[in-house]
Design a protein around this ligand. Structure first.
Ligand SMILES: Nc1ncnc2c1ncn2[C@@H]1O[C@H](COP(=O)(O)OP(=O)(O)OP(=O)(O)O)[C@@H](O)[C@H]1O
Length: 501
């Protein structure tokens, strides 16, 4: 049986009757050729509620590509069958020839399983038939049904002018989603200004957001346009909206309802801004506790997009793992690690590492996965196989919440657009010089250092001797390459090397 062309949507979680389902969707999560991770096959059940698996069938395909079989010669040529019964784990019809284990997946409510084939190929099997989504679209990497749905919601949202509220744990991609909504909407030629409210102290929040007139307060030697005016005609992305003080919430409500703002000590001004907000907190709880104004929440959630934790999107874990490894290996000039070596050699990215990633909890979600993948690429660049340190310490309650260090530093000087992407883009534009980026972002270097530590953005001074040694070995001692691979400045790495000697 081959992949089929006519598809019915995968059922919503909670429908647990396999008899109602026409078949399953299989996604490759581990393969000797890592380039195949993310390919899917939608396979109809036969008359006995079974699907065949072999080296030759079904055919797996990336979106828009022709289908290919699994090919691995370690798998049998003749099919073995997985049999499905409502409410039960699937079973091999011939257990004596079973190619290996089947395990239920975390959070899948009896509708998805991991199947390992001869410790060579890993498959995710979900009830329901669905088409293969692109591995990367609108800047979002992933092939899970949740990511496909999120992209559809982003497209639908981009066409409207309503405010959008993005909710999800830290690192799930809320800022990426905001960027995609802006990039697809009619305001795309206008600015997108991203601001993290948790990085702005209450005392200066009004003047930073709404601006101030010259002489409005002691230090206001010049008039200042706030973020709202900087985003005029475009989009303002307010991250950590749950951290806005009640006073600020009142002003935000006014800006939304009357489309005007009042700079501190200045005249009321009209402003045309599409607002996208994000939170990892439960704002309904915050309303119940009197910390968030119901009227503002009502206004903000014109459209609400929920981003699932990464651990509930196993197909995305595998695809993002390969994506982040590829990027890190590219920096080291070692992308060949992610190509099929030969069917006889064991792959650099083996199934053990993939399974470890699928089983990890990823409290810091994709941000944590990216950091773990970058470190694994570095440490494993000269090794026969990757070792994935998935036991990375859980992210703090929220990796993007302000720490007292950030709050204190921010209090010294206005913090500007301190979101992860803004910092990374500015660093890249300044050869990773933190001082240069801090100047461009108009923040004190200490504010930027603290925020970078908080977001897990690499700093040369914080690199361990082990990381340094691995990068040194992987780059053959080329310091420029080391700096590129580690994502830090050349000067920083030279200083750090001096210290290490
Ligand atoms: N679907 C995805 N595809 C590729 N990269 C992703 C995806 N989701 C998140 N990331 C990466 O993870 C990191 C964190 O993403 P982002 O800043 O958008 O998350 P967030 O939910 O806004 O986090 P926070 O709440 O902490 O601000 C970024 O480097 C981003 O590129």
């Amino acid at each position: 049986m081959d992949s089929i062309a006519t598809l019915t949507p995968a059922h919503a979680p909670g429908d647990d009757c396999a008899q109602d389902v026409a078949g399953v969707t299989m996604t490759i999560v581990g393969h000797p050729d890592p380039g195949r991770v993310g390919e899917t096959a939608a396979v109809e059940f036969d008359a006995r509620q079974r699907v065949p698996l072999s080296r030759r069938e079904p055919l797996f395909a990336a979106a828009g590509q022709p289908g290919r079989p699994l090919e691995d010669p370690h798998l049998s040529r003749s099919p073995i069958y997985l049999s499905f019964k409502a409410g039960e784990m699937p079973v091999w019809t011939d257990p004596a020839h079973a190619p290996s284990e089947i395990r239920p997946l975390h959070g899948a409510q009896g509708r998805a399983w991991y199947v390992g084939l001869r410790r060579r190929v890993g498959l995710l099997i979900e009830l329901g038939l669905r088409a293969a989504p692109p591995r990367e679209q609108h800047g979002l990497v992933g092939v899970s049904a949740a990511t496909a749905r999120l992209r559809e919601q982003i497209e639908a949202t981009a066409g409207s002018e309503l405010p959008v509220l993005l909710s999800g744990e830290t690192g799930t991609g809320k800022e990426l989603a905001a960027q995609a909504i802006h990039a697809l909407g009619r305001r795309r030629q206008q600015p997108l200004v991203a601001v993290n409210l948790s990085a702005i102290p209450d005392s200066t929040a009004a003047s930073q957001l709404f601006g101030h007139a010259r002489g409005a307060f002691t230090d206001a030697a010049r008039a200042h346009d706030g973020y709202f005016l900087q985003a005029d005609g475009g989009t303002l992305f307010l991250d950590e909206i749950g951290d806005a003080s009640i006073g600020l919430q009142v002003q935000l409500l006014r800006a939304l309802e009357q489309r005007e703002i009042q700079p501190v000590g200045g005249r009321v001004r009209a402003v045309d801004v599409r607002l996208i907000t994000a939170t990892d907190a439960d704002l309904d709880d915050a309303v119940a506790a009197g910390r968030f104004r119901k009227a503002l929440l009502f206004r903000l959630c014109g459209q609400t997009l929920k981003l699932l934790p990464l651990r509930d999107r196993p197909a995305d874990i595998a695809v993002q793992l390969v994506h982040f490894l590829d990027r890190a290996l590219d920096g080291l000039g070692r992308r060949e690690h992610l190509r099929l070596r030969s069917w006889t050699d064991s792959p650099w990215l083996d199934l053990e590492a993939v399974e470890a990633a699928l089983n990890a909890r990823w409290p810091g979600n994709s941000r944590e996965l990216r950091a773990v993948a970058s470190q694994a690429a570095l440490l494993g660049a000269n090794q026969p196989k990757i070792v994935l340190a998935t036991s990375s310490p859980p992210a703090p309650a929220s990796a993007s919440r302000s720490t007292s260090a950030v709050a204190n530093a921010a209090a010294e000087e206005p913090a500007r657009a301190l979101t992860e992407s803004a910092i990374r883009a500015t660093l890249a534009a300044h050869q990773h010089s933190v001082r240069g980026a801090a100047r461009a972002l108009q923040v004190a270097p200490n504010t930027l250092y603290a925020r970078m530590r908080e977001l897990g953005i690499p700093l040369a001074g914080a690199l361990s001797d082990e990381e340094l040694a691995a990068a040194h070995e992987a780059s053959g001692g080329n310091v420029t390459m080391m700096a590129r691979a580690l994502g830090v400045s050349l000067r920083g790495i030279q200083r750090r090397l001096g210290r290490a000697r």
